[in-house]
Design a protein around this ligand. Structure first.
Ligand code: ACO
Length: 276
Protein backbone atom coordinates (compact mmCIF):
# COMPACT_ATOMS: atom_id res chain seq x y z
CA UNK A 1 0.00 0.00 0.00
CA UNK A 2 1.19 3.53 -0.66
CA UNK A 3 -0.21 4.66 2.69
CA UNK A 4 2.31 4.64 5.56
CA UNK A 5 2.03 2.35 8.55
CA UNK A 6 0.16 4.87 10.68
CA UNK A 7 -2.31 5.47 7.86
CA UNK A 8 -2.90 1.75 7.65
CA UNK A 9 -3.55 1.67 11.37
CA UNK A 10 -6.07 4.48 10.90
CA UNK A 11 -7.71 2.59 8.05
CA UNK A 12 -7.90 -0.48 10.32
CA UNK A 13 -9.66 1.57 12.92
CA UNK A 14 -11.89 3.02 10.22
CA UNK A 15 -12.78 -0.54 9.27
CA UNK A 16 -13.49 -1.36 12.89
CA UNK A 17 -15.76 1.68 12.98
CA UNK A 18 -17.65 0.15 10.08
CA UNK A 19 -17.96 -3.24 11.77
CA UNK A 20 -21.56 -4.33 12.01
CA UNK A 21 -22.60 -1.90 9.34
CA UNK A 22 -22.57 -2.92 5.75
CA UNK A 23 -21.33 -1.19 2.67
CA UNK A 24 -24.89 -0.49 1.57
CA UNK A 25 -25.36 1.65 4.64
CA UNK A 26 -22.20 3.51 3.68
CA UNK A 27 -23.77 4.15 0.26
CA UNK A 28 -21.41 1.80 -1.55
CA UNK A 29 -21.61 -1.27 -3.73
CA UNK A 30 -18.58 -3.49 -4.23
CA UNK A 31 -18.69 -6.08 -7.01
CA UNK A 32 -15.75 -8.43 -7.42
CA UNK A 33 -15.32 -9.88 -10.92
CA UNK A 34 -16.98 -6.85 -12.54
CA UNK A 35 -16.50 -5.89 -15.34
CA UNK A 36 -14.21 -8.95 -15.71
CA UNK A 37 -12.52 -11.62 -13.59
CA UNK A 38 -9.46 -9.98 -11.99
CA UNK A 39 -11.28 -6.65 -11.64
CA UNK A 40 -13.71 -5.17 -9.14
CA UNK A 41 -16.11 -2.26 -9.33
CA UNK A 42 -16.94 0.18 -6.55
CA UNK A 43 -20.18 2.05 -7.10
CA UNK A 44 -21.11 5.16 -5.14
CA UNK A 45 -24.73 4.29 -4.67
CA UNK A 46 -26.76 7.23 -3.44
CA UNK A 47 -28.04 8.40 -6.78
CA UNK A 48 -31.04 10.18 -5.26
CA UNK A 49 -28.50 12.52 -3.61
CA UNK A 50 -26.16 12.47 -6.59
CA UNK A 51 -23.85 10.18 -4.60
CA UNK A 52 -23.14 12.83 -1.99
CA UNK A 53 -20.45 11.59 0.35
CA UNK A 54 -20.18 11.22 4.11
CA UNK A 55 -17.32 10.14 6.39
CA UNK A 56 -19.12 6.79 6.58
CA UNK A 57 -18.67 6.42 2.83
CA UNK A 58 -14.97 7.32 3.11
CA UNK A 59 -14.51 4.75 5.88
CA UNK A 60 -16.32 2.25 3.67
CA UNK A 61 -13.90 2.98 0.82
CA UNK A 62 -10.99 2.46 3.23
CA UNK A 63 -12.50 -0.84 4.35
CA UNK A 64 -12.76 -2.02 0.75
CA UNK A 65 -9.11 -1.13 0.19
CA UNK A 66 -8.08 -3.02 3.31
CA UNK A 67 -10.04 -6.13 2.38
CA UNK A 68 -9.37 -6.12 -1.36
CA UNK A 69 -9.18 -9.73 -2.56
CA UNK A 70 -5.65 -10.50 -3.80
CA UNK A 71 -6.89 -11.54 -7.24
CA UNK A 72 -8.21 -8.03 -7.91
CA UNK A 73 -5.76 -6.12 -10.09
CA UNK A 74 -8.00 -3.44 -11.56
CA UNK A 75 -10.52 -1.38 -9.58
CA UNK A 76 -13.18 0.68 -11.33
CA UNK A 77 -14.82 3.49 -9.37
CA UNK A 78 -18.14 4.79 -10.68
CA UNK A 79 -21.29 6.55 -9.55
CA UNK A 80 -24.85 5.26 -9.80
CA UNK A 81 -27.23 7.46 -11.76
CA UNK A 82 -26.50 10.69 -13.61
CA UNK A 83 -23.59 11.95 -11.48
CA UNK A 84 -20.25 10.52 -10.37
CA UNK A 85 -20.55 12.40 -7.06
CA UNK A 86 -21.85 15.77 -5.86
CA UNK A 87 -19.12 15.82 -3.20
CA UNK A 88 -19.62 16.03 0.53
CA UNK A 89 -23.20 15.76 1.72
CA UNK A 90 -23.95 19.41 2.42
CA UNK A 91 -26.40 18.46 5.16
CA UNK A 92 -23.35 17.63 7.27
CA UNK A 93 -22.78 21.39 7.56
CA UNK A 94 -26.26 21.93 9.03
CA UNK A 95 -27.22 21.48 12.68
CA UNK A 96 -29.54 18.61 11.67
CA UNK A 97 -26.73 16.71 9.90
CA UNK A 98 -27.38 13.51 7.95
CA UNK A 99 -29.68 10.94 9.58
CA UNK A 100 -27.70 7.92 10.77
CA UNK A 101 -24.33 9.63 10.28
CA UNK A 102 -21.97 10.96 12.91
CA UNK A 103 -21.54 14.72 12.73
CA UNK A 104 -18.33 16.12 11.26
CA UNK A 105 -15.53 16.30 13.83
CA UNK A 106 -14.94 19.70 15.31
CA UNK A 107 -11.65 21.46 14.51
CA UNK A 108 -11.53 22.17 18.26
CA UNK A 109 -11.11 18.42 18.77
CA UNK A 110 -7.40 17.55 19.27
CA UNK A 111 -8.01 14.45 17.12
CA UNK A 112 -9.13 16.53 14.12
CA UNK A 113 -5.98 15.81 12.09
CA UNK A 114 -6.24 12.08 12.83
CA UNK A 115 -9.88 12.08 11.82
CA UNK A 116 -9.12 13.67 8.45
CA UNK A 117 -6.35 11.09 7.96
CA UNK A 118 -8.96 8.35 8.51
CA UNK A 119 -11.14 9.92 5.82
CA UNK A 120 -8.14 10.23 3.47
CA UNK A 121 -7.48 6.50 3.90
CA UNK A 122 -10.53 5.89 1.71
CA UNK A 123 -8.71 7.61 -1.13
CA UNK A 124 -5.05 6.73 -0.62
CA UNK A 125 -5.15 3.01 -1.36
CA UNK A 126 -6.31 3.61 -4.94
CA UNK A 127 -2.64 4.40 -5.80
CA UNK A 128 -1.41 0.99 -4.55
CA UNK A 129 0.97 -0.47 -7.17
CA UNK A 130 -0.74 -3.87 -6.83
CA UNK A 131 -3.76 -2.44 -8.66
CA UNK A 132 -4.66 0.00 -11.40
CA UNK A 133 -7.64 2.17 -10.48
CA UNK A 134 -9.95 3.63 -13.10
CA UNK A 135 -12.53 6.34 -12.46
CA UNK A 136 -15.52 6.08 -14.81
CA UNK A 137 -17.07 9.54 -14.60
CA UNK A 138 -20.45 10.55 -15.93
CA UNK A 139 -22.02 13.85 -14.97
CA UNK A 140 -20.76 15.88 -12.05
CA UNK A 141 -17.64 15.09 -10.02
CA UNK A 142 -17.58 17.89 -7.46
CA UNK A 143 -15.29 18.53 -4.51
CA UNK A 144 -14.74 15.26 -2.64
CA UNK A 145 -16.07 13.49 -5.74
CA UNK A 146 -13.54 15.19 -8.03
CA UNK A 147 -10.82 14.26 -5.55
CA UNK A 148 -11.93 10.63 -5.69
CA UNK A 149 -11.61 10.68 -9.48
CA UNK A 150 -8.19 12.30 -9.08
CA UNK A 151 -7.14 9.53 -6.69
CA UNK A 152 -7.61 6.95 -9.42
CA UNK A 153 -4.71 6.20 -11.76
CA UNK A 154 -6.82 6.72 -14.88
CA UNK A 155 -9.98 8.62 -15.73
CA UNK A 156 -12.47 7.77 -18.45
CA UNK A 157 -15.09 10.48 -18.87
CA UNK A 158 -18.50 10.49 -20.47
CA UNK A 159 -18.93 13.56 -22.64
CA UNK A 160 -21.36 15.02 -20.08
CA UNK A 161 -18.73 14.90 -17.30
CA UNK A 162 -18.27 18.10 -15.31
CA UNK A 163 -15.41 18.46 -12.84
CA UNK A 164 -15.25 21.09 -10.12
CA UNK A 165 -12.99 21.65 -7.10
CA UNK A 166 -15.63 23.40 -5.06
CA UNK A 167 -13.95 23.38 -1.63
CA UNK A 168 -12.39 26.89 -1.58
CA UNK A 169 -15.75 28.42 -2.52
CA UNK A 170 -17.14 26.76 0.62
CA UNK A 171 -14.33 27.95 2.90
CA UNK A 172 -12.44 24.65 2.78
CA UNK A 173 -9.20 23.42 1.27
CA UNK A 174 -9.34 20.22 -0.77
CA UNK A 175 -8.06 17.70 1.80
CA UNK A 176 -8.96 14.30 0.43
CA UNK A 177 -5.60 13.80 -1.31
CA UNK A 178 -6.65 15.54 -4.52
CA UNK A 179 -4.21 18.46 -4.54
CA UNK A 180 -1.12 16.43 -5.45
CA UNK A 181 -2.56 14.57 -8.44
CA UNK A 182 -4.19 17.79 -9.62
CA UNK A 183 -0.87 19.65 -9.63
CA UNK A 184 0.98 16.64 -11.07
CA UNK A 185 -1.51 16.44 -13.94
CA UNK A 186 -2.35 20.05 -14.84
CA UNK A 187 0.60 21.95 -13.31
CA UNK A 188 0.61 24.51 -10.51
CA UNK A 189 -0.84 27.59 -12.30
CA UNK A 190 -3.84 25.70 -13.73
CA UNK A 191 -4.41 23.84 -10.45
CA UNK A 192 -4.44 27.17 -8.64
CA UNK A 193 -6.86 28.65 -11.13
CA UNK A 194 -9.21 25.64 -10.98
CA UNK A 195 -9.22 25.54 -7.18
CA UNK A 196 -9.52 29.24 -6.44
CA UNK A 197 -12.18 29.94 -9.05
CA UNK A 198 -14.02 26.65 -8.35
CA UNK A 199 -15.07 26.76 -11.96
CA UNK A 200 -16.51 23.73 -13.68
CA UNK A 201 -14.46 21.95 -16.33
CA UNK A 202 -16.32 20.11 -19.07
CA UNK A 203 -15.18 16.84 -20.63
CA UNK A 204 -13.46 18.38 -23.67
CA UNK A 205 -11.40 20.75 -21.54
CA UNK A 206 -10.69 17.93 -19.08
CA UNK A 207 -9.18 15.93 -21.93
CA UNK A 208 -7.11 18.92 -23.05
CA UNK A 209 -5.84 19.35 -19.47
CA UNK A 210 -5.00 15.60 -19.30
CA UNK A 211 -7.63 15.11 -16.57
CA UNK A 212 -9.14 12.41 -18.80
CA UNK A 213 -7.33 9.61 -20.58
CA UNK A 214 -10.41 9.12 -22.71
CA UNK A 215 -13.72 10.91 -23.36
CA UNK A 216 -16.57 8.92 -24.89
CA UNK A 217 -20.31 9.40 -25.47
CA UNK A 218 -22.25 8.52 -22.32
CA UNK A 219 -23.77 5.43 -23.91
CA UNK A 220 -20.27 4.10 -24.58
CA UNK A 221 -18.77 4.68 -21.12
CA UNK A 222 -19.26 1.15 -19.78
CA UNK A 223 -17.93 -0.41 -22.99
CA UNK A 224 -14.88 1.87 -23.06
CA UNK A 225 -14.11 1.11 -19.41
CA UNK A 226 -14.56 -2.62 -20.09
CA UNK A 227 -12.10 -2.45 -23.00
CA UNK A 228 -9.57 -0.56 -20.90
CA UNK A 229 -9.92 -3.02 -18.02
CA UNK A 230 -9.41 -5.95 -20.40
CA UNK A 231 -6.23 -4.36 -21.79
CA UNK A 232 -4.89 -3.69 -18.27
CA UNK A 233 -5.62 -7.26 -17.19
CA UNK A 234 -3.77 -8.66 -20.18
CA UNK A 235 -0.45 -7.56 -18.63
CA UNK A 236 1.23 -10.04 -16.28
CA UNK A 237 0.49 -9.06 -12.65
CA UNK A 238 4.17 -8.79 -11.62
CA UNK A 239 4.99 -6.73 -14.71
CA UNK A 240 2.04 -4.41 -14.13
CA UNK A 241 2.98 -3.84 -10.52
CA UNK A 242 6.69 -3.29 -11.21
CA UNK A 243 5.93 -0.90 -14.07
CA UNK A 244 3.52 1.16 -11.98
CA UNK A 245 6.05 1.37 -9.15
CA UNK A 246 8.75 2.46 -11.59
CA UNK A 247 6.54 5.13 -13.15
CA UNK A 248 5.38 6.41 -9.77
CA UNK A 249 9.00 6.93 -8.70
CA UNK A 250 10.05 8.68 -11.90
CA UNK A 251 9.04 12.28 -11.06
CA UNK A 252 11.18 12.24 -7.90
CA UNK A 253 14.23 10.75 -9.61
CA UNK A 254 17.05 12.11 -11.73
CA UNK A 255 17.62 10.34 -15.04
CA UNK A 256 20.57 8.47 -13.52
CA UNK A 257 18.48 7.33 -10.56
CA UNK A 258 15.60 6.28 -12.77
CA UNK A 259 17.88 4.43 -15.21
CA UNK A 260 19.38 2.56 -12.26
CA UNK A 261 15.88 1.76 -10.97
CA UNK A 262 14.90 0.40 -14.40
CA UNK A 263 17.96 -1.91 -14.39
CA UNK A 264 17.29 -3.06 -10.85
CA UNK A 265 13.62 -3.78 -11.45
CA UNK A 266 14.26 -5.51 -14.77
CA UNK A 267 16.89 -7.75 -13.22
CA UNK A 268 14.63 -8.66 -10.30
CA UNK A 269 11.71 -9.37 -12.60
CA UNK A 270 13.65 -11.50 -15.06
CA UNK A 271 15.58 -13.37 -12.34
CA UNK A 272 12.29 -14.21 -10.63
CA UNK A 273 11.12 -15.62 -13.95
CA UNK A 274 14.27 -17.80 -14.24
CA UNK A 275 13.52 -19.37 -10.87
CA UNK A 276 9.87 -20.01 -11.73
N1 ACO B 1 -25.26 17.10 -0.52
C1 ACO B 1 -26.52 16.75 -0.18
N2 ACO B 1 -27.52 16.60 -1.07
C2 ACO B 1 -27.20 16.80 -2.36
C3 ACO B 1 -25.92 17.16 -2.79
C4 ACO B 1 -24.91 17.31 -1.80
N3 ACO B 1 -23.64 17.60 -2.10
N4 ACO B 1 -25.93 17.30 -4.14
C5 ACO B 1 -27.17 17.03 -4.54
N5 ACO B 1 -27.96 16.74 -3.48
C6 ACO B 1 -29.38 16.40 -3.47
C7 ACO B 1 -30.23 17.62 -3.80
O1 ACO B 1 -30.45 18.38 -2.64
C8 ACO B 1 -31.48 16.96 -4.36
O2 ACO B 1 -32.23 16.50 -3.28
P1 ACO B 1 -33.86 16.59 -3.35
O3 ACO B 1 -34.24 15.69 -4.48
O4 ACO B 1 -34.29 16.11 -2.01
O5 ACO B 1 -34.18 18.03 -3.62
C9 ACO B 1 -30.92 15.73 -5.08
O6 ACO B 1 -29.63 15.48 -4.52
C10 ACO B 1 -30.74 15.95 -6.56
O7 ACO B 1 -29.98 17.12 -6.74
P2 ACO B 1 -30.31 18.19 -7.90
O8 ACO B 1 -29.58 19.44 -7.57
O9 ACO B 1 -31.79 18.27 -8.10
O10 ACO B 1 -29.67 17.42 -9.14
P3 ACO B 1 -29.05 18.04 -10.46
O11 ACO B 1 -28.70 16.86 -11.29
O12 ACO B 1 -29.94 19.09 -11.01
O13 ACO B 1 -27.69 18.76 -9.99
C11 ACO B 1 -25.57 18.88 -8.89
C12 ACO B 1 -26.63 17.99 -9.54
C13 ACO B 1 -24.95 19.83 -9.93
C14 ACO B 1 -24.51 17.94 -8.35
C15 ACO B 1 -26.18 19.76 -7.77
O14 ACO B 1 -26.99 18.92 -6.95
C16 ACO B 1 -25.16 20.43 -6.87
O15 ACO B 1 -24.60 21.44 -7.24
N6 ACO B 1 -24.93 19.87 -5.68
C17 ACO B 1 -24.07 20.48 -4.66
C18 ACO B 1 -22.59 20.27 -5.02
C19 ACO B 1 -21.67 20.79 -3.93
O16 ACO B 1 -21.55 21.98 -3.68
N7 ACO B 1 -20.94 19.85 -3.24
C20 ACO B 1 -19.99 20.17 -2.22
C21 ACO B 1 -18.58 20.13 -2.81
S1 ACO B 1 -17.28 20.51 -1.67
C22 ACO B 1 -16.77 19.04 -1.04
O17 ACO B 1 -17.10 17.99 -1.51
C23 ACO B 1 -15.85 19.02 0.20
Amino acid sequence: MTAGQSDLARADSARADLAGADLARAGLRFDVGVPAPGAATITLDRSQRRNAMTPGMWYGLAAIGQALPPEVRVVVVQGAGPSFSAGIDLRLFTPEGVPGEDPLHSPADPGFDEWIAGCQAGYRWLRDPAIVSVAAVRGHAIGAGFQLALSCDLRVLADDARLCMKEPALGLVPDLTGTKPLVDIVGLPRALELCLTSRTVGAAEAAALRLAELVVPGTELDGAVGDLVAALLAVEPAVGRATKELLQQAPGHTLDEQAAAERRVQAALQRARLSD
